[in-house]
Design a protein around this ligand. Structure first.
Ligand SMILES: C[S@@+](CC[C@H](N)C(=O)[O-])C[C@H]1O[C@@H](n2cnc3c(N)ncnc32)[C@H](O)[C@@H]1O
Length: 523
């Protein structure tokens, strides 16, 4: 290898990579590193926890999720010509390397974020750990023991420990605290707070600090129940007490849709990026009333902007927390009636409350029948309910059951009323000739056209309904929120799917001449 490097014209400076070399020896070290990474890939497919994936009729790697599961039996393939030969691991590493867009050199150091002592200041962008969500250091040992064997000569300093360092790892793992969950949670919270305080001290002036947070997946599926406060709250609490103000939160698609934690669930497909800057030292105090007033003033506009930007419904609630917490964190503190400072938990509760109110206010954009259907759906979903109840609701919404039956929204039979399922909708429905057009129908037909005919099918319909499509998209947001709250995952994904596909549908719809808009005939 040294000969190869010299043949490339690299200097024989005898300085290895760990010491900052860039000559022939360092080149050899780099090649050895990539080969070792390929070995890690191979380890994932060649161990006694690899199981059989009956669906794929193939071997399932160990890390199909970030945990080491129990396996009663394992699958072993031939490393030389099996389904995952060792050569495939090398090809994988090589193709990853070739695909990397970054060509500049970087510096990597293993340091404890909670106790960073550095002389320079930095632009900080960080993806911190979340409670006990993933035991990175424990899991890393599976690869580390092999990496250490292969790379001891290359990175003597980095591989000096027998296993990966554990004690400074910010993770709320009870077994490191004699089974005490409370102590484990405290360790994590205090450490995360210190890490943010160090960020505040080391961040370059003039640049925001960005923090990534994969909220939902951590909250709902894997975090420990006995941890009192949520990861989201801890994150915000840590940031605010380190002296940061949160200027915005942006959802960002960072997680693979097909990862196994997301399969069949409503798991958030993105991370939330928190954009933070130091809070001015002369930030004012506010009363609870002032805080609420500012929320009412600023959240509706912020929510509209997020929707206009076509944020996925699954991300809406989390993203809307940004502007809300932005309001909260601009004050030195919000003072409650009893003189105590408002907690992040209370602030989050109020933000969600105002968010709910704002979403409900958007209902005034819908026609009366659709408002009835929305309220009924929230109560009963697509299930039948008593006619009497439906009748009372129709009076409140100033509409009539017979009218809605005629409009093709629902069925009223044997003293029961129910909304029509999408599969029961009229195949030959034509919005241009429908004399009683509702946003509800438009939304349901758009979802169905998308499911059956794909984006081009939905685009054809969008062309026909014209401007009414935008109101249907708004209804899809609202329906998503209801389904999510009720845990109707399948139905939720249908509305989420419509919004996600919207830009493509709208593009296809506008690429052909639009027909006369149906919107005028609605009200
Ligand atoms: C959410 S993960 C970041 C994953 C990363 N974005 C990636 O795609 O690989 C959190 C990381 O924080 C690291 N970590 C935990 N405690 C730490 C500490 N005290 N100092 C620095 N890093 C720590 C974990 O090892 C883990 O790699």
């Amino acid at each position: 290898m040294l000969q190869d490097a010299l043949a490339f014209g690299l200097e024989d400076d005898r300085i290895n990579l760990e010491q900052g070399g860039s000559g022939a020896v360092a080149y050899g070290d780099a090649v050895a590193t990539y080969l070792a990474l390929a070995v890690s890939r191979f380890v994932d497919f060649s161990n006694v926890i690899c199981s059989w994936d009956a669906g794929n009729t193939n071997l399932r790697q160990l890390f199909s999720r970030q945990a080491v599961p129990m396996a009663w039996d394992f699958v072993e393939t031939n490393p030389l010509n099996g389904v995952v030969p060792v050569t495939a691991a090398f090809e994988w590493a090589a193709s990853s390397l070739e695909a990397l867009p970054a060509r500049a050199s970087g510096v990597v150091a293993q340091l404890d974020a909670a106790h960073l002592e550095l002389t320079d200041r930095f632009l900080i962008s960080t993806d911190p750990p979340y409670y006990d969500n993933i035991g990175y250091a424990d899991l890393a040992d599976i690869f580390y023991v092999w990496l250490r064997r292969a790379l001891r000569g290359v990175y003597p300093q980095l591989t000096s420990t027998l296993l990966t360092p554990k004690s400074s790892e910010l993770v709320a793992t009870p077994y490191r605290f004699e089974g005490n969950r409370q102590k484990a949670a405290e360790f994590f919270e205090v450490g995360l707070g210190s890490a943010f305080t160090r960020c505040r001290a080391l961040a370059l002036d003039g640049y925001p600090v960005t923090v990534y947070y994969a909220f939902k997946q951590a909250e709902e599926s894997e975090s420990s129940e006995s941890v009192a406060s949520t990861g989201w709250e801890t994150m915000l609490e840590g940031l605010l007490s380190a002296g940061f103000a949160v200027l915005g939160t942006w959802p960002m698609r960072t997680e693979q849709q097909q990862r196994s934690v997301a399969a069949g669930t409503n798991a958030l497909a993105s991370s939330i990026v928190l954009v933070c800057r130091p809070r001015p030292t002369d930030a004012p105090l506010a009363t609870r009333k002032e805080f609420l007033g500012a929320l009412h003033q600023e959240l509706p506009g912020a929510l509209r902007r997020l929707q206009q930007g076509n944020i996925a419904p699954v991300d809406l609630a989390q993203a809307a927390v940004g502007p809300g917490i932005g309001v909260f964190s601009r004050y030195a503190k919000v003072v409650e009636a009893d003189g105590l400072a408002m907690t992040v938990r209370t602030a989050l509760g109020l933000v969600n409350q105002v968010l709910d109110e704002t979403l409900s206010e958007q209902e005034s954009d819908f026609d009366r029948d659709s408002r009835w259907a929305l309220a009924w759906f929230e109560e009963s979903g697509m299930n039948p309910g008593p006619f009497g109840k439906a009748e009372i609701l129709s009076k409140a919404k100033n509409t009539s059951i017979e009218g809605m039956v005629r409009a093709g929204l629902l069925e009223s039979k044997a003293g029961n009323v129910r909304l029509l399922e999408r599969g029961e909708l009229d195949d030959d429905w034509n919005p241009t000739s429908d004399a009683h057009l509702t946003v509800w129908e438009v939304t349901q037909h758009l979802v169905r056209s998308l499911e059956v005919g794909g984006e081009s099918g939905a685009a054809k319909l969008l062309r026909e309904v014209g401007g009414l499509g935008e109101t249907a998209r708004e209804l899809a947001y609202r329906l998503y929120v209801i389904c999510e709250r009720k845990k109707w995952a399948k139905e939720a994904m249908a509305y989420n799917g419509l919004v996600i596909a919207w830009p493509a549908i709208a593009r296809l719809a506008s690429s052909a001449a639009p027909s006369a808009s149906s919107a005028e005939r609605l009200f």
